[in-house]
Design a binder for this molecule. Structure first.
Ligand code: NI
Length: 128
């Protein structure tokens, strides 16, 4: 450790504190960026819309709750502490019976509803 007078305080990003900053659902918020990839926290409950992302895969990490992602030919259950990568171009529809807290990882500029426009389409690149 350097001399205390010369110490800079570096802060870790705390997921719980970020989730405490908002209560609305379906509105991903950017908490960090690595190169051109963004880390987004979001709370969702209920049904999303069918959509796909033509240009990128999409990573879902469940930090609290239980997420189901429906595909046209099946579904995956993602429990707390688990993750799943949806390949680009694959139609998917997230669903949460009760509120789930997610961490999404995807390139900057990706819309939450992919190639579809709907009332669920959230403003992009909102930092929290
Ligand atoms: Ni998606």
């Amino acid at each position: 450790m350097p001399d205390k007078s010369a110490v800079t305080q570096y802060s870790a990003i705390n997921f719980s504190k970020k989730y405490d900053l908002f209560s609305e659902q379906w509105t991903p918020k950017v908490i960090a960026q690595m190169n051109n990839y963004q880390f987004k926290v979001v709370k969702i409950e209920g049904d999303f819309i069918w959509h796909s992302h033509a240009d990128t895969d999409e990573t879902f990490i469940v930090l609290e709750g239980q997420l189901r992602i429906d595909f046209r030919d099946g579904a995956v259950m993602i429990e707390q502490g688990e993750m799943y990568v949806v390949p680009k171009g694959v139609e998917h529809k997230p669903y949460a019976e009760r509120e789930v807290k997610l961490l999404l990882i995807e390139p900057a500029g990706v819309l939450n509803t992919g190639d579809e426009k709907s009332e669920r389409t959230a403003v992009n690149d909102v930092w929290i």
